[in-house]
Design a binder for this molecule. Structure first.
Ligand code: AMP
Ligand code: MG
Length: 276
């Protein structure tokens, strides 16, 4: 597979990152730059975000369909950074973010999709999941929070749940920010060393880091078993933030474009009205 990609070809970028079958986590480089120049890639981002923002307005105007973006990554993988760098350009009236942490007692008392379903986007809207129902086949599996007999059934539930959403008019994109273990080490150390960022670090994060290989195996299976044409996974190289940003923005642009969003029909005769 040639590494180079045209940084302005958002469709080609999207196609390269979309997973069908083999997730290729071992083969896909976390520090991939596709031959892009850093300054050039950064300079392209505002235009892509402007296009995404225009498409968001159409989604809102159409007022029927919706977009769900699932963001998953290991700690320090760049979920918050992606929200900040890529999604803040959008009209805040049409976008919301739902973060999923350790379930509360109330949440644990229900099925694992219960807390998720109520945050799915309404008509014309975009919702970003910062972590998601996938944690129920990731952390739950790796840390043994539920028996295998329980979590192994969930891939099928998740596919059916997402199928329900897409059947009812929600486009879904699922993004795995693919970080290297070494880059995680650097970012965690940076957090610990800088007083302004220390709050982001929890000692428990090291437990997850120690289970890195198990997490990668769990990600691989989740991605391979649930990436379908109507709700695809994308594996985005995440060691370089400027590559990640342009890649995620390109995926959003391609996805919204492919929805062929239409402004609603204006009321009949409006074009003849003169406002006095
Ligand atoms: P953060 O995203 O860094 O604020 O951390 C949220 C934490 O919640 C992560 O350590 C996740 O592994 C954990 N978490 C999210 N969903 C679940 C879940 N369903 N069961 C157990 N832990 C979860
Ligand atoms: Mg954590």
């Amino acid at each position: 597979m040639p590494r180079r990609l045209d940084p302005t070809d958002h469709r080609a970028i999207t196609d390269r990152l979309r997973i069908a079958g083999d997730a290729g986590l071992g083969r896909r480089r976390q520090d991939e730059d596709f031959g892009w120049d850093k300054a050039h890639a950064k300079s392209l981002l505002p235009d892509v975000l402007a296009a995404v923002s225009g498409l968001q307005e159409r989604l809102y105007a159409e007022g029927a369909r919706k977009l769900l973006v699932v963001l998953q990554a290991m700690d320090a993988g760049g979920k918050d950074g992606t929200l900040r760098d890529v999604l803040t350009g959008l009209n805040p009236a049409g976008i919301s973010v739902a973060a999923f942490g350790v379930p509360t007692e109330d949440e644990r008392g229900h099925d694992y999709l219960w807390r998720v379903h109520q945050h799915t986007p309404g008509a014309g809207r975009i919702t970003v999941f910062n972590r998601s129902h996938y944690e129920d086949v990731l952390v739950v599996r790796v840390k043994g929070l539920a028996p295998k007999a329980c979590w192994s059934r969930r891939y099928a539930h998740i596919k059916n749940f997402e199928r329900l959403l897409t059947d009812e008019g929600t486009a879904i994109v699922k993004i795995f920010l693919h970080l290297s273990r070494e880059e995680q080490r650097l970012r965690m150390q940076d957090r610990i060393d800088s007083p302004d960022e220390r709050w982001k670090f929890r000692a428990g994060d090291l437990d997850d880091r120690a289970l890195w290989d198990d997490y990668m195996a769990a990600y691989r299976e989740a991605i391979e078993r649930t990436s379908v044409r109507s709700a695809p996974w994308f594996v985005v190289p995440a060691d370089r933030k400027w590559v990640r940003n342009l890649a995620v923005a390109s995926i959003l642009r391609t996805t919204l474009e492919s929805m062929d969003l239409q402004y609603p029909e204006p009321e009949k005769g409006v074009e003849h009205i003169v406002v006095t």
